[in-house]
Structure formats: structure tokens, C-alpha cells
Design a protein around this ligand. Structure first.
Ligand code: NAD
Length: 281
């Protein structure tokens, strides 16, 4: 059975562990923060229970998922027999590189190392390891159990075997795959960050209320969700890091809206802290 280790149990890591375990993979979810791991465990079991009650999964699926899934704050324990590692730590290049250097030391030679980065270069990350042919980006979407897409991004040295492996794993998780040539922000983040930033600029300029900006984009442009609500779900800290990276790499068009920076400074990070552009219970 393929073993997947997921590194980082925040918004994305817990979602990736959730669908991997439910689709028959053996999964170890790791975080350096024990509280985040505990919250992730509660989130996954609560979501499975809700899905079972609504008839989306069976009791048997849920029990199998539970037996496939382990949680640990010891990274070595999680990755030493992993076939695939999916990293979902903070969107900060230095943090990702530190994690990948450690993974390169701890994992067996055959292990594929994937990053769930929203914007960053798998080439740059892979170059810090001794296995750049086995480093790739697998960009999942939030919430992972509802969103159907994975963007697979090949670095300069990534082998075709690694690309095919990542695509196959994604399909086994019942996702649609698009292959993207490496460029900052890939397809989705490059587009989505721009839309979100424009919505924030309009809010800052007093063009309309947050409610009416989102309502216009939903009802007028037929988006399923407003850009401000979506940014709250992503996490405003994560969105700010995405914008900063795109600003550095793609230029002025991506300068983060000052209102976004202000919300992050105030600790209003969106759904995960209970308030952002909107309030959450
Ligand atoms: P998050 O802040 O919710 O979670 C990050 C987790 O990583 C935290 O629990 C933190 O304790 C843990 N962590 C930090 N350093 C670590 C380390 N050295 N070892 C182990 N764990 C560590 O972040 P997130 O929103 O889940 O984002 C994770 C990644 O996924 C980022 O690269 C982000 O850009 C990407 N992403 C996010 C979204 C989204 O909607 N939030 C969507 C797609 C991709």
C-alpha cells in the first residue's frame, strides 16, 4: 500500500490527509505544532462524521479512513517509510527549503517529494535536495475534499516518471489534473490573487461594502463565491505571502493591497481566527 506523509497540519495539510486516507492510502500527518495536530484530528473526524450523516461516505469508508490515518509530531517517524511526501507548511521559501533538506536526509531514496505551494518554484526547492528529479509541486485547493482540481507543476529537473506518479496519485484521490509549466502562481493563484487584490482595493477605496463587492461578483459574474469570502477561507496571512511572492516575481501588478496587510497585522486572518473581511462564528 502506498504510504503518504503530509507535512503541516493546517488548513491544507489536514484536508490532504483527509482525502488521502479516505481513498485508501496509508497516511501520516505531521506538524511541529502539537495543537495544530490536535485541531486537525478533530477537524478530520468531525468532517467524516458529517459526510457519513449526509450519505456522502459510508460508515465502512469512515472506519477504513480512521485505520489508515496516523498523527505525529515526530517527522522522522512519519517519513522514514513514505513513498510520497506532500509538504503543506507556510508559504515561505526558507521554511520550505529547510523542510525539504530534512526530508531529503530522512526519506528513502525512492520517495517522491511534493510541495503544495500556491505560487513558488519547485525548481528552487528541488535544487536544495539531492533528488531534484523526484521533486514536484502538487497544488491542491481549499477545501480539499470539495475541490476537484490538482495543478501538477514540473520543475526543471523533475523526471517524467515523477510527473506521471503525481498525476496517478491525484487521480486515485479522485481529482482532475492539469499539468502546468513552472511560472510563479501557476494558473489559478496568478489569476485568483489578482481578482482578490482588486476586490480589496475596491473595498479600501470605498467603492462598495464587502457584502456588495462579493454579491456583485457572484450574481453578476457567476463566480460561486465572492473574492473577499474566498480570501477569508484561504487565510489572509497565506494570501499576503502569496501576493508578496507574486509581487517579487511578477512585478507591480501584484503589489499587495494595504488593506490586506492591515488585516494581517491586526491578527484578523479570516475564517481561522473568526474574522477577516467578514465575521465567522
Ligand atoms: P496554515 O498556516 O494553515 O498551516 C501551516 C501549518 O504548517 C501550521 O500548522 C504550522 O504549524 C505548520 N508548520 C510550519 N512549519 C513547519 C515545519 N517546519 N514542519 C512541520 N509543520 C510546520 O497554512 P495553509 O493555508 O495550510 O498553507 C500551507 C501551504 O499550502 C502553503 O504553501 C499555501 O500557500 C498552500 N495552499 C494554501 C491554500 C489555502 O487555501 N489556504 C490553498 C492551496 C495551497
Amino acid at each position: 500500500m502506498t504510504k503518504i506523509a503530509v507535512i503541516g497540519s493546517g488548513t491544507m495539510g489536514r484536508g490532504i490527509a483527509y482525502i488521502a486516507a479516505l481513498n485508501g492510502f496509508t497516511v501520516a500527518l505531521h506538524d511541529i505544532n502539537k495543537e495544530s495536530l490536535k485541531n486537525a484530528e478533530k477537524y478530520i473526524y468531525d468532517e467524516w462524521a458529517k459526510s457519513e450523516q449526509r450519505g456522502f461516505i459510508t460508515k465502512d469508508d469512515m472506519e477504513k479512513g480512521e485505520s489508515n490515518l496516523n498523527f505525529s509530531s515526530n517527522m522522522k517517524e512519519c517519513v522514514e517509510d513514505a513513498d510520497l511526501v506532500i509538504e503543506a507548511v507556510l508559504e515561505i521559501m526558507d521554511v520550505k527549503i529547510k523542510v525539504f533538506k530534512e526530508l531529503d536526509q530522512l526519506c528513502p531514496p525512492h520517495t517522491i517529494l511534493a510541495t503544495n505551494t500556491s505560487t513558488m518554484s519547485p525548481t528552487e526547492i528541488g535544487a536544495q535536495t539531492s533528488r531534484s528529479d523526484k521533486v514536484i509541486a502538487m497544488h491542491f485547493f481549499n477545501p480539499v475534499h470539495k475541490m476537484k482540481l490538482i495543478e501538477v507543476i514540473k520543475g526543471l529537473d523533475t523526471s517524467e516518471e515523477t510527473v506521471e506518479y503525481a498525476k496517478d496519485i491525484g487521480k486515485q484521490m479522485k481529482k482532475e489534473i492539469v499539468e502546468v509549466n513552472e511560472f510563479p502562481g501557476f494558473i489559478t493563484s496568478r489569476m485568483n490573487c489578482l481578482i482578490g487584490n482588486e476586490a480589496m482595493n475596491m473595498l479600501m477605496e470605498g467603492v462598495a461594502s464587502a457584502e456588495d463587492i462579493d454579491k456583485s461578483i457572484k450574481l453578476g459574474l457567476n463566480h460561486p463565491m465572492g473574492p473577499l469570502e474566498l480570501a477569508d477561507i484561504v487565510g489572509l496571512d497565506t494570501r499576503l505571502r502569496n501576493m508578496e511572492y507574486l509581487h517579487q516575481t511578477l512585478g507591480e501588478k501584484y503589489r499587495p493591497c494595504p488593506l490586506l496587510t492591515k488585516y494581517v497585522k491586526a491578527g484578523k486572518l479570516g475564517v481561522k481566527t473568526g474574522s477577516g473581511f467578514f465575521y465567522y462564528k
